[in-house]
Design a protein around this ligand. Sequence first.
Ligand code: MLT
Length: 269
Amino acid sequence: MSEPQHVRESGTGTPLVLLHAFPLSSRMWERQLAVLPGPDGTAARVLAPDLRGFGAAPQSGEAPSLDVLADDVARLLDRSGVGRAVVGGLSMGGYVALAFARRHGDRLAGLLLADTKADPDTGEARANRERIARAVLARDSVRLLVDEQLPQPQLSATTVRERPEVVDRVRALMSEAAPAAVAWAQRAMAARPGSRDVLPAVSVPALVVVGEEDAITPVGDARAMAGALPDAELRIVPGAGHLTPLEAPDAFDDAVRALLARVTAADRP
Ligand code: MLT
């Protein structure tokens, strides 16, 4: 089977896979690719793939399923010579990280869940995803999605008020998405199962990060995941909405470094 991926990579150290949100791309992790590799005792080898259809990755020919993306991550590790990695994702990326934990749990050295949730869609949410999938395909444009998502519910009121450059950056990133990728990902997310049952089996160090003003996957979802994970830290980031690494990068990066330190300590013989 082909491996339709494009990967940004930097650094040496603990392998850290970062999976992007919908409908963004690996470009959302530019700052983490620059900052997280070092130079201290929490140095990381950061791998940030474009998920199928996004960024430079070709569109998937397979039926929409987040399991396909989780298996892509396992193949990325194989190709990169990595046995176990800290696997993390934001929102849709977090759903994929949870699918990876279900399907490839023995390859986890740590788990990072950012602005995401373990519960499946409601019927209403699934219907809304299908509405968007059909609309972007029919118009051959993602404009409707971008207009519905920005500046809110994606970004916090604080970001909108105080950091308009972040709003512009996210708008540019979202506008790059291909309609076919948006439709495929919406249908894959609609089909995902709940992942609450996966959490108690994750015995490696975990970090759950959420923006205090996240209106899409609110603090309550993050608390529920952290409570179900055996070894989790919960960080609630003031002033951030659904895109914490873009809205409050210092706080996000600091939380990830703390996770990397816990993973290093746990791996020490
Ligand atoms: C995301 O940021 O990836 C999306 O909000 C996820 C979703 O639509 O559930």
